[in-house]
Every structure is written in structure tokens, then in C-alpha cells.
Design a binder for this molecule. Structure first.
Ligand code: COA
Length: 315
């Protein structure tokens, strides 16, 4: 398969580090050097499903195909207003598609996992056009009283249209269960047999453990693919890494020994938008005309689970 269109949408509300310091014991001087984040876009009166649909429409327009041409929609999402129906079904109705729909929750690595699922369907000859849409609102998962977590995230939606082609060179998926490092818990309905005693637990994170995992997993996934494909790091023109934290990006860059200009970023103005991060960055670079046909791109993402993945593709 190949990527033929991209789209993205950000919420209009911009929250700067200084705005956070009005109600949290934090500061730009603490946040920026540790994360590279200056501000993030946060949902206020938007609905995540509308953003997902709008990003999808932009990707379809960019690819020059219609919603009715789609053979599958894969939506990556950790949390939204609906437990059921799936977000992909909501998007399907909103954009006027009629194809099968599938939601996945692979945390921040969702875009890479979705590409792998799509690629398998292309290889099986089952599809000609697939929409992958990643829509996330981590701002609704964190406690806005917890300065160690809420400052890191922003919301957004990113989408990509995939059509037949031979541009995916390799995909590596990884998972290493470590469920106490990054998690959120919701309470379910009580039953006659289960008392409702627990409380919701907003997103919890052991930041330093996540940092170490992220660098190791992302570097390992990319290195694995480069070795498997007989390439070296210099053969990749653009590295699009999960935009969680500038220090993580720089550590992976150091490992790969590649120059800064190969690593486009938007973490400064977006924060970490979970699985939407990679496709939003992809769309922004695509619309700036950064990629030329034949360019080799490496995308890599990591997150709760721990789950990670990387893809090397030709533009
Ligand atoms: N503002 C001010 N102080 C803060 C703060 C904030 N927003 N958040 C935490 N602190 C404080 C802590 O309370 C702690 O204070 P103490 O020493 O008095 O106990 C101090 O800063 C250091 O906290 P620590 O957690 O050790 O900081 P750190 O240097 O590890 O940086 C992260 C924290 C989160 C920036 C860093 O661990 C990180 O980037 N982790 C990866 C996070 C990530 O990317 N997650 C998503 C992956 S998908």
C-alpha cells in the first residue's frame, strides 16, 4: 500500500505553559526544558468525533477519493465519549462511507499498528482504499490538578488514506507488558454481584520509567527495521517520531546519529496527542511539501502498555 492523502485537525483552544501556571504549581521554566512543550491545543467546545470526521474528509480530499470508495476504516483511539458504538462507526456515518469499521486501542502507537493491520488487508487482496484516523483527547484523561501529567498532553486528530502500492518497506510492532507505568482506570456499572466501590483513576505515569522505555523501544524498533531492510540510518530522509517529549526525540536522534533537520517536530506547539501525534505531524509536513517522491520516511511511536512500533516507507 501507499499513503496517498493526509489530514489533521487541532482544537482551537491554545493553552500555554504560563496559563497552566495560573492554576498549577508549575512554570514555563520547568516544563519547556524538560519536555520542549510551549503550548498545546485542548478540546473546549469541540467534539472529538467531529474532529476525527473533519481530519478524515481532509485526507480523502488530499487523496482525491470519495468516502464511498473506502473499503475499510480503522480508527485509533484510547478514550472518547462513547464506549460503544465505535468511533470508526461514528466517523463512517459522518463522512458518508459504507465500509466495515474497526477501532483499535494501542495507545500512542496506534497509527503504526493501524498501518500494519491495513497492510495485511492489502496483502490479502481484500481492500483497495483504507482510511486510518487517529483521534485522541488525552486532556480528558488526566487530572488537571496533577502537574506531573496534565502539562504533557494536547488533543487532536490525524488521518491518512492508503491505496494500493508497494511503498511500505517494513513495519515492526512491539509490546512489553508494564501496566503500572502509564494507565487510567474507569469504573464500570455496578451489578447485583459487583459492588461499585472503586473510583475513577485519572491518567497515572511513572515519568522516568516511561522515558527510558520510550527511548529504548523506539530506537530498537527503528534499528530492527533498518537492519532487516539492509539500510543504515543515513538512508532515511525524514524521521517522524511520536511527539511526546523533545528530550526523548533527541535521545533517539543521538542513538541514530542523524542530524536535527531530519527530525521535523511539532511537540513545542502541540504537546503529546497520543496516537494522533504521528499522523498530525505527517499531515503538516505533507502540506508543507516537505516530502518528495522516493523519500524514505521512518515513523515510530511508543506508549502505554508498553506498546511501540515503527514503519519505514517510501513516499
Ligand atoms: N511543574 C513543576 N514541577 C513539577 C512538575 C511540573 N509540571 N511535574 C513534576 N514536578 C516536580 C516533581 O514533583 C518533582 O518534585 P520533587 O523533586 O520535589 O519531588 C520534580 O519536579 C522532579 O520530578 P520528576 O518526575 O523526577 O521529573 P523528571 O525530570 O523525570 O521529568 C517528565 C518529568 C515527565 C518530564 C519526564 O519524566 C518525562 O519526560 N517522562 C516521559 C513522559 C512521556 O513522554 N510520557 C508519554 C509517553 S507516551
Amino acid at each position: 500500500m501507499k499513503i496517498t492523502g493526509t489530514g489533521s485537525v487541532l482544537p482551537k483552544k491554545i493553552v500555554t505553559n504560563d496559563m497552566l501556571s495560573e492554576f498549577l504549581d508549575t512554570s514555563d521554566a520547568w516544563i519547556y526544558p524538560r519536555t520542549g512543550i510551549r503550548y498545546r491545543h485542548v478540546i473546549s467546545d469541540e467534539k472529538l468525533e467531529d474532529m476525527a470526521a473533519e481530519a478524515s474528509v481532509k485526507a480523502l480530499e488530499n487523496a482525491g477519493i470519495k468516502a464511498e470508495d473506502l473499503d475499510m476504516i480503522i480508527c485509533s483511539n484510547v478514550v472518547n465519549e462513547y464506549v460503544t458504538p465505535s468511533l470508526s462507526c461514528i466517523v463512517q456515518g459522518a463522512i458518508g462511507a459504507t465500509c466495515p469499521c474497526l477501532d483499535i486501542n494501542c495507545a500512542c502507537a496506534g497509527f503504526i499498528y493501524a498501518l500494519d493491520i491495513a497492510e495485511s488487508h492489502f496483502k490479502a487482496g481484500k481492500v483497495k482504499n483504507v482510511l486510518v484516523v487517529c483521534a485522541e483527547e488525552p486532556s480528558r484523561m488526566t487530572s488537571w490538578k496533577d502537574r506531573s501529567v496534565c502539562v504533557l498532553f494536547g488533543d487532536g486528530a490525524g488521518a491518512a488514506v492508503l491505496t494500493e502500492g508497494d511503498n511500505i518497506k517494513g513495519i515492526k510492532l512491539s509490546a512489553a507488558s508494564a501496566t503500572d507505568k502509564l494507565y487510567e482506570k474507569r469504573i464500570l456499572e455496578p451489578t447485583p454481584y459487583v459492588a461499585k466501590e472503586e473510583e475513577n483513576v485519572p491518567l497515572q505515569m511513572k515519568g522516568q520509567d516511561v522515558f527510558k522505555f520510550a527511548v529504548k523501544a523506539s530506537s530498537g524498533d527503528i534499528k530492527y527495521l533498518l537492519d532487516k531492510l539492509g539500510m543504515d540510518a543515513g538512508d532515511v530522509k525524514w524521521y517522524l517520531l511520536h511527539q511526546a517529549n523533545m528530550r526523548i526525540i533527541n535521545s533517539i536522534r543521538d542513538f541514530l546519529g542523524q542530524p536535527e533537520e531530519k527530525f521535523p517536530t511539532n511537540v513545542e506547539s502541540h504537546g503529546n496527542s497520543s496516537s494522533a501525534s504521528c499522523p498530525i505531524l505527517l499531515d503538516e509536513c505533507n502540506r508543507k511539501g516537505l516530502f518528495k517522491p522516493g523519500d524514505i520516511l521512518a515513523l515510530s511511536a511508543f506508549g502505554a502498555g508498553f506498546i511501540s512500533g515503527a514503519v519505514i516507507l517510501e513516499w
